[in-house]
Design a protein around this ligand. Structure first.
Ligand code: HEM
Ligand SMILES: *[C@@H]1O[C@H](CO)[C@@H](O)[C@H](O)[C@H]1NC(C)=O
Ligand SMILES: *[C@@H]1O[C@H](CO)[C@@H](O)[C@H](O)[C@H]1NC(C)=O
Ligand SMILES: *[C@@H]1O[C@H](CO)[C@@H](O)[C@H](O)[C@H]1NC(C)=O
Ligand SMILES: *[C@@H]1O[C@H](CO)[C@@H](O)[C@H](O)[C@H]1NC(C)=O
Length: 335
């Protein structure tokens, strides 16, 4: 068995046991205004930077796949712990951590030490979709924040933009996520942007052929060739679908016309097992919304079963006597 397979399998077994503790209305008594506060900060963030909605929503995927939804992706590196922010899929790519910080500050002011950072990601992701014109759903809450994060696990688990649909079907199944979940959740690429870095191989050297990916529509390729020339700045960003600020089914229409940005996107249409779902969502936005909401709830159910806490600052494990030891006198106190 591939080591990743073993890891993912163990995670899922643990996940099912702990997921039962999550429920809607978890903060109804301890912080009744929690969901209102999160929505309010997210709305303000979207005025400042519309893309922040996509960037925050992406955090749910990158948090939940790596040892469950435990806020591990939010932890900054420390002298003794290399976290997930610099891993292959996250470096120069994950963004809008400051929006999560802002939500946390507002929640700490209203109900100190009650709402976990892991739950903030879940609420904020739901809000990002709703504020972008997509569906609404009820979130289950009650997660704890991890005491650590893992650079290695993130590297091993998170799929590369080169992944194909066949690989992704297998990967998602290790998390008890179905083909329907994979395709509907990939519809999150209805909002947001990706870097040239993530598409260069499709434009110039698909599968080491020295040629572009034949699945890419010609006009779309010509457009990307201009934005992402060989030897150019690979941090330049491109919309992931034709309407990157609206959560709609345009993404699936684009896949069918060969205008998917990532290899992982376009192969959802070229691979026979995923193609029927792409066609269904292209034709039926309401069905996409319904399946997407269900997928986000299942993604949010992933739990590691490890001990946790309610962090005061999403970037740091709570300072206690033990966490001060070994930091060479550096003041790790949370301000
Ligand atoms: C199925 C496998 C997936 C792969 C291979 C994948 C890969 C990627 C890549 C490569 C990017 C662009 C990163 C960059 O170039 O900097 C991206 C962006 C994004 N991903 Fe995914 N992703 C997947 C699934 C998901 C899921 C399940 C979600 C959310 C539930 C998600 C949400 C997003 C969002 C919203 C963006 C845009 C972020 C922004 O504008 O800042 N992705 N993804
Ligand atoms: C999909 O990716 C896997 C793993 O990287 C590879 O072995 C397989 O050949 C690919 N399939 C296709 C159809 O390209
Ligand atoms: C996997 O998900 C399905 C559908 O949500 C659920 O019925 C099943 O119980 C889950 N499997 C495990 C092992 O929890
Ligand atoms: C294309 O990819 C192949 C295999 O990864 C590599 O050997 C070759 O040097 C690449 N060609 C270019 C022009 O980058
Ligand atoms: C993107 O920008 C970062 C930070 O400015 C830089 O370190 C990195 O090398 C750039 N990456 C690419 C692919 O150009």
């Amino acid at each position: 068995m591939h080591p990743l397979a073993a890891l993912a399998f163990c995670l899922c077994t643990a996940a099912m046991a702990a997921a039962a503790d999550l429920r809607p209305g978890y903060y109804a008594d301890s912080c009744p205004q929690a969901e209102f506060i999160v929505r309010d900060v997210m709305r303000k963030a979207s005025f400042r930077d519309p893309r922040s909605q996509a960037s925050v929503m992406r955090l749910q995927f990158h948090d939940c796949f790596v040892n469950g939804c435990d806020g591990s992706v939010l932890l900054d590196d420390t002298p003794t712990m290399m976290g997930e922010k610099l891993s292959l899929s996250n470096i120069n790519s994950l963004r809008s951590f400051e929006v999560v910080d802002e939500v946390k500050e507002a929640l700490e002011a209203a109900c100190p030490e009650v709402v976990s950072c892991a739950d903030i990601i879940i609420m904020a992701s739901r809000d990002a979709v709703a504020l972008s014109g997509g569906p609404e759903w009820e979130v289950k809450l009650g997660r704890k924040d991890s005491l650590t994060a893992s650079y290695e696990d993130s590297n091993e688990i998170m799929p590369s933009p080169r992944s194909n649909a066949s690989y992704l079907v297998d990967l998602f199944s290790k998390y008890n996520l179905s083909i329907q979940d994979l395709v509907s959740l990939s519809g999150s690429h209805s909002i947001g942007k990706g870097r040239c870095f993530s598409v260069m191989f499709r434009l110039y050297n698909q599968s080491g052929s020295g040629k572009p990916d034949p699945a890419m529509e010609l006009k779309y390729r010509e457009k990307l060739d201009k934005i992402c020339p060989l030897g150019g700045d690979e941090n330049v960003t491109v919309a992931l679908d034709a309407t990157p600020e609206v959560f709609d089914n345009q993404y699936f229409k684009d896949l069918v016309s060969g205008r998917g940005f990532l290899n992982s996107d376009e192969t959802l249409y070229t691979f026979p097992k995923t193609r029927p779902f792409v066609e269904t969502y292209r034709d039926d936005q309401q069905k996409f919304y319904k399946d997407f909401a269900q997928g986000m709830i299942r993604l949010g159910d992933l739990q590691s079963g490890r001990p946790g806490e309610i962090r005061r600052n999403c970037r740091l494990v709570n300072a206690n006597k033990h966490s001060f030891i070994g930091y060479g006198g550096k003041n790790m106190e949370v301000s």
